[in-house]
Design a protein around this ligand. Structure first.
Ligand code: AMP
Ligand code: ZN
Length: 114
């Protein structure tokens, strides 16, 4: 656990969140400011600040986020159209520096994103 990391605190159940899934490697919670009818965050328990900080040894863990997002998209019945977003760096919109994969679905989406 990293001090002052909001997602580490959520994973540690030190602050509340609406959990959709958890296992030994990752958790999935509802985003507090949802941008779509389905907006989940799939978060590894391991604190990795961003993709730049990820190691080759994290490949399985990071791939697991995508696999879990797929299963959650099916569970939420948005598997016919959903977006997985991983903001990396503040210029790209990252605001919480603990890697997380956004799962957005349940509405039409445009491209390119802003
Ligand atoms: P990003 O901007 O890609 O770093 O995404 C961070 C996301 O975390 C945003 O969509 C926020 O709405 C969300 N968020 C921040 N604090 C919380 C919280 N306490 N519980 C759930 N989601 C949060
Ligand atoms: Zn953290």
């Amino acid at each position: 656990m990293v001090e002052d990391c909001i997602f580490c605190k959520i994973i540690d159940k030190k602050i509340p969140a609406r959990f959709e899934y958890e296992d030994s490697e990752l958790v999935a919670i509802q985003d507090i400011h949802p941008q779509a009818p389905v907006h989940l965050l799939v978060i590894p328990r391991k604190h990795i600040s961003d993709i730049n900080a990820a190691q080759e040894s994290d490949c399985k863990l990071l791939g697991g986020l995508i696999h879990r997002a797929k299963l959650l998209a099916q569970h939420k019945k948005v598997e016919d159209g959903y977006r997985l977003v991983l903001n990396n760096g503040s210029k790209a919109g990252q605001s919480v520096f603990h890697v997380h994969l956004h799962l957005l679905g349940g509405r039409p989406m445009t491209w390119p994103p802003g």
